[in-house]
Design a protein around this ligand. Structure first.
Ligand code: FES
Length: 129
């Protein structure tokens, strides 16, 4: 399987690429097998949910040093989770991202984990604050 049109589009013009200065949380993950690295920056807001308020992802940016699939995954992931509460964002799995991209070649499926792992770490880091 070759890269889909969606992968190529996200790779050529990634969405949400860059740094958030004064980010509320940062997560970074590397893939030991290939050496690729992804860093996620989050800006967090509060959403009212009845009497409670919930954290949500107001803004998200990424920096990825990696393969075409890792960059496309980062772009699609950040598009999908912007505006989500932490609970919603943590429920997103690799199949959601692979589907958003119209599929990934089998040897590249592992690349979809990098973004999710960096996101989970950023949320964990925020919760530890
Ligand atoms: Fe390393 Fe894709 S080959 S994340």
């Amino acid at each position: 399987m070759l890269y889909t049109e969606q992968v190529i589009k996200h790779f050529k013009k990634p969405h949400n690429q860059g740094v958030i200065k004064n980010a509320d949380a940062i997560g970074q993950k590397g893939n030991l097998a290939c050496g690729d690295v992804m860093k996620i920056y989050l800006k967090i807001g509060k959403k009212k949910n009845g009497h409670e308020s919930e954290n949500f992802i107001k803004n998200i940016k990424f920096e990825t040093l990696g393969c075409a699939a890792a960059i496309a995954v980062s772009s699609a992931l950040t598009d999908r989770i912007k505006g989500m509460t932490f609970k919603e964002a943590l429920a997103v799995n690799k199949d959601d991202i692979v589907n958003d991209l119209g599929g990934l070649p089998a040897p590249k499926i592992h690349c979809s984990m990098l973004g999710l792992e960096a996101l989970h770490e950023a949320i964990e880091n925020y919760d530890k604050k």
